[in-house]
Design a protein around this ligand. Structure first.
Ligand SMILES: *Cc1c(COP(=O)(O)O)cnc(C)c1O
Length: 418
């Protein structure tokens, strides 16, 4: 096995790309395992040293020593808002519009319900068939619960604009498609929704931390996003929710928990929502996870997100170009926009044996991922992926396809999580 892991000589022109990379020093902020090339930061971001320190401190000092006092002395109680405020600049949101809480799924439920309630004379939730499954499950079950006053309508991405009319209450879209990486035009689609009096909710899970976002400027109404992908908040990190200031006065979400109450420690028998985004909170925040996300976000205060985007495009372009130079890789068919500018920070290829190929890559310490039924998905987290990692990935792919080593039985046994 040792030979499988031996680093490949890297051509000088690729080494030069790493030498010129303005973001290269960010890699040191991560606690990456030796010898691993990690192309799955779009599924679970890597551990930052800052997260590790914050979690250890939270465990040992805050929880271990200071115990319950820490809700005040370590400002645990404010973490959902302070973490939300650190996410806000990454999505182009002014202060007072973002909170970190719950999962994307739960936040979708809360915001979609609120959107329907803001539009009492309309009942349609409009989305696209290719949307992320949890988004569609949440919307479809919510519509069933509120039937006959709600229904979910699905369109193809191509006919979405035509499907928006004045019967639509809310348009629910994902900004970067999790499979193809296709970026949707946020400004244009938000305007199209508003032209027909519909609200819009954007899922930013595959966008935030990877490319510039301008929610306020586009006039977006609602958004949700993931904390454990490009934000590197750790497995199951809290998600976030954005509600535009102008909607906050009339906004009412359905999970009336005490952390969204105006005065939770009055222990009043009746619910009175807090003002602003605090009312989106429901139960007690998971402080260890919040600490991990909070630590990871400190990294972004020094990051120029435009530079992240430029590097992401360059990584994607290099990957495509190297793949096209390997004759055996013609077996892979591109399942993403041809132009890297139209993709998020990822690329995907179809192959009938994508799962086994992915496992064979992982055995060589090159971690990419597989998405059913036949996609090999490669994520480029620009803060820690190097150009030479892309070179190693493509060489390994070529060897795996050339030798057909992916047909080995050990690469074809499916685990529960793929
Ligand atoms: C990752 C992801 C989610 C995750 O949802 P959770 O409920 O937080 O697990 C939701 N939507 C999209 C588009 C995603 O990419």
């Amino acid at each position: 096995m040792a030979t499988e892991k031996a680093p490949l000589p890297c051509p000088p022109e690729i080494a030069a790309l790493d030498a010129q990379d303005r973001l290269s020093t960010f890699r040191e902020a991560f606690d990456l395992p030796e010898g691993v090339a990690y192309f799955d930061g779009n599924s679970l971001g890597a551990l930052t040293k800052a997260s590790k320190e914050r979690v250890l401190h939270t465990l040992e000092q805050a929880w271990g020593q200071d115990l319950i006092k820490s809700w005040n002395t370590h400002n645990w109680i404010d973490l959902p808002i302070t973490v939300g405020e650190k996410i806000a600049p990454l999505i182009g949101a002014a202060t007072g519009q973002v909170i970190a809480c719950d999962s994307v799924s739960v936040n979708l439920y809360k915001l979609l319900s609120a959107a329907l309630s803001l539009q009492p004379n309309r009942k349609k939730i409009l989305s696209t068939r290719n949307n992320f499954p949890t988004d569609l499950y949440i919307a479809s079950e919510l519509a069933a619960q509120r039937s006959p006053n709600a229904e979910l309508i699905l369109s193809s991405p191509e006919s979405l604009v035509d499907a928006i009319d004045n019967t639509v209450a809310v348009v629910m879209l994902t900004h970067v498609d999790y499979r193809s990486g296709q970026i949707s035009d946020m400004a244009k689609l938000t305007e199209a929704a508003h032209n027909h009096g519909a609200l819009i909710l954007w899922d930013l899970s595959h966008s935030v931390g990877a490319l510039p976002l301008e929610l306020d400027q586009a006039g977006v109404d609602f958004a949700v996003g993931c904390g454990y992908k490009y934000l590197n908040g750790g497995p199951g990190a809290p998600a976030f929710a954005y509600v535009a200031k102008r909607l906050q006065r009339d906004f009412k979400q359905p999970i009336a928990g005490w952390m969204g109450h105006k005065n939770p420690f009055d222990f009043s028998p009746s619910y009175e929502p807090a003002s602003g985004v605090q009312s989106i909170a429901a139960g007690t925040p998971p402080i260890l996870s919040m600490a991990a996300l909070d630590g990871a976000l400190d990294l972004f205060s020094n990051v120029d997100i435009e530079a992240v985007r430029d590097k992401s495009i360059a990584l994607g372009r290099l990957c495509q170009s190297l793949i096209s130079q390997e004759p055996v890789l013609a077996e892979l068919s591109l399942a993403a926009p041809e132009r890297p500018e139209e993709r998020g920070s990822q690329i995907a290829y179809r192959h009938p044996h994508a799962y086994a190929i992915c496992q064979a890559l992982i055995a060589r310490n090159i971690i990419a991922d597989f998405r059913a039924p036949n996609l090999l998905r490669i994520g480029f987290a620009p803060l820690y992926i190097r150009f030479k990692d892309v070179f190693a990935l493509v060489k390994a792919l070529a060897e795996i396809l050339q030798s057909e080593s992916y047909t080995e039985e050990r690469f074809n046994e499916r685990a529960r999580v793929t």
